[in-house]
Each structure stands twice: as structure tokens, then as C-alpha cells.
Design a protein around this ligand. Structure first.
Ligand SMILES: [Zn+2]
Length: 354
């Protein structure tokens, strides 16, 4: 088993983290490893709750920053162990978790152990179950059970964002929209009532839906309403009596979760609507003033598929979920300690919760 070695570069540490499989629900081994390396850092008070880990400096600084990332991934897809690939002269680390989000976890882990005299107190968090139902989310569990561990003046989630800073967090809702009909043999289809055909207006509505771009506290949040799945059908010779369209709604913090549910019920009111997952209230970003006190933009550029920042320091952009992370380094790969960047071109996923 590959033990974590913090003396290597962030890139190689990313690779070590990725090569420990940690699909949601199976995070114990990676949590054990992180727990072990944190135990060697005398400047950190370390706490564990299930497979969520919290490490805090207690230097009496005037301010505290919380830096967090999830250690689970979506299911493996023939992409572990990771490998390096060179495409058009650029080196990529390829495989599950390289982007979302073990590169961020690696940077945080290395900094947590190496920075024993940070200018602000820092709370480092690595947590489980981000990629699944909100009810299982390790960060939510910590917030409910030990909120004092997460207290701070400013918080950063190390999710992939093309190396730009994204403020705030969209809310996340999933719903199942159902249509019903009547089964019959397809040789006597006029006797039946086709539930899949009845789903056409749902898809028409989604295809025509114009998602909002909403400004909240100086940040532009880009919403999204999409079908993410569809099921229906009984057999190749049966008129189906049920069809379900799985819909995902990412909504700006100008809407409460109740208002988001109401919006979905209003849109699909003529159908059977079941809300199957609903994140807690979407997160407003910090105030523009507190943002300025913690970071200064060096290259705040809107990504191509966003509305762009409303002020130079406030890009709220869309996160990619690609499976590679580009590594910027000089060869040979073992001897460098260069920065990580994730400017790969795919970017089709809504911002906010992964
Ligand atoms: Zn993520």
C-alpha cells in the first residue's frame, strides 16, 4: 500500500492520494493515511470524526482561515492507478481524483504540515461523502455535531476552479419527475397509453429553460436546470406505463431551498414531482470587504462560460470535472516542486457543490 510521503512535490503527493481508491463510502484507508501523517506535526491539534479530519493551529492569531476539501471521489472508471501523459508538449496527471479534488487535498496537506508559523491561524479539513447525498456529507456532519471546530473568519474550499477564485456556492436540488400511462402489448398499442411519450413536455421545458444569472453580494451566480437521467420501459414489445426524468437544479443563494422547491413544483406542476436530494441553504460568499482583506487577485479572469465578474475581484465561475490535471514543471518529474494548474478545457458542470 502506498504510504503518503510529504517530502515529495504536491504533484507526486496528488498522485499518491489518487492511487488510494476512495470512492464515497470507502474513505477509511485514505483517512487513516492522512491521520497518520498529520500526527507527526507538533503544531497541529488533530481531530477525527468518522473519516473526516480536522487539523488546527492554535497560535493565538487575530484571524482564522478554514481550508477544506473532500477526500472521496465518484466511482472509478478504469482510471486508477493514475499515470502521467504528455499531450502537445504539456504534462498531465491523468486519473480519478486528480482534478476533483485530490490535487487540492494534496496542496492543503503539504501546507498543513509544512507551515508551522502561518500568519493567521488555520483550520484544515479533509472530509468524506461529498459526492453523494447531502445527508451523508462529512462537512455537514461536522457542522451539525462540532460546529466549533469549523469556526473561522474566512473559508476556502479547494475544489477545482481553473486556478481562479470562485465566491459563494449554488444550492443543489435533485427531483424525479414522473409520467404515468397504461401498459399494453405493442401489437395492440392503441389499448395502452405511452408514459415515455408523455415525458416529451418535460424535456421540451428543460431544453427551452433559460437559466438565470443572479447577482448576490457582488458575485454573479450562474444557475442550471438539467435532465441528468431518464428511465422508462418494460420490454421491447410493451407500451410503458411509467417514465421518470431525473432533474438537477443548481440555484443561486438569492433563493432559499424552499423557494427552489417551489420553483420546481411550479415548473412541473402537472407531473408527479418527488424531491430526492436537497442541499442546505446555498452559501453566500463573504462580503466584498472581507474578501479583499484575505486575498488580492493576480489574474482574475472570467472563464469562457460564465457571466464573468461584476468587479475585478469577484469571479464566480463554473467548475470543470475533467479527469486530468495539468502539471507545470520542468523535467525530471521527481525533482521539482512546481505549481499545479487545472486549466483543462472541459467545463460543463455547474459551480458550487460537486
Ligand atoms: Zn469536488
Amino acid at each position: 500500500m502506498p504510504a503518503l510521503d510529504l517530502t515529495v512535490s504536491s504533484i507526486d503527493l496528488t498522485r499518491q492520494l489518487c492511487d488510494i481508491e476512495s470512492v464515497s463510502g470507502d474513505e477509511q484507508r485514505i483517512a487513516d493515511e492522512i491521520w497518520r501523517v498529520l500526527g507527526g506535526a507538533a503544531h497541529l491539534d488533530v481531530f477525527r470524526d468518522g473519516d473526516a479530519l480536522v487539523a488546527r493551529t492554535n497560535l493565538g492569531r487575530a484571524k482564522r482561515v478554514v481550508i477544506a476539501g473532500h477526500i472521496d471521489t465518484v466511482p472509478i472508471n478504469d482510471n486508477v492507478p493514475t499515470r502521467f501523459e504528455t499531450i502537445d508538449g504539456t504534462d498531465y496527471l491523468w486519473g480519478r481524483g486528480t482534478v476533483d479534488m485530490k490535487a487540492g487535498c494534496a496542496v492543503a496537506l503539504k501546507l498543513a504540515v509544512e507551515l508551522d508559523e502561518p500568519a493567521v491561524d488555520v483550520t484544515w479539513v479533509w472530509y468524506d461523502h461529498e459526492e453523494v447525498s447531502d445527508a451523508l456529507n462529512g462537512l455537514g456532519r461536522l457542522a451539525r455535531q462540532q460546529p466549533e471546530l469549523l469556526a473561522g473568519d474566512f473559508a476556502i474550499l479547494m475544489e477545482p476552479s481553473n486556478s481562479s477564485v470562485e465566491g459563494g456556492c449554488n444550492g443543489n436540488l435533485r427531483a424525479e419527475i414522473r409520467t404515468y400511462g397504461l401498459r399494453s402489448h405493442s401489437a395492440r398499442s392503441w389499448i395502452g397509453d405511452n408514459a415515455i411519450h408523455k415525458a416529451a413536455p418535460i424535456l421540451d421545458l428543460l431544453a427551452a429553460y433559460e437559466a438565470r444569472q443572479v447577482e448576490v453580494d457582488g458575485l454573479v451566480y450562474r444557475e442550471g436546470l438539467n435532465a441528468v437521467g431518464i428511465t422508462g420501459g418494460v420490454a421491447g414489445n410493451v407500451i410503458p406505463d411509467e417514465c421518470m426524468v431525473h432533474v438537477n437544479y443548481r440555484f443561486a443563494p438569492s433563493r432559499s431551498t424552499d423557494e427552489a422547491v417551489a420553483h420546481i413544483r411550479e415548473l412541473f406542476g402537472e407531473f408527479d414531482v418527488t424531491i430526492v436530494d436537497l442541499a442546505q441553504e446555498p452559501g453566500r460568499a463573504s462580503t466584498p470587504h472581507s474578501r479583499k482583506s484575505f486575498w488580492r487577485p493576480s489574474e482574475a479572469k472570467p472563464s469562457p462560460n460564465t457571466a464573468g465578474p461584476t468587479s475585478p475581484d469577484s469571479p464566480a465561475s463554473v467548475s470543470p470535472r475533467s479527469t486530468t490535471v495539468r502539471v507545470t514543471r520542468s523535467r525530471p518529474m521527481q525533482t521539482t516542486n512546481a505549481s499545479l494548474s487545472s486549466r483543462s478545457p472541459s467545463a460543463n458542470e455547474g459551480s458550487g457543490r460537486g
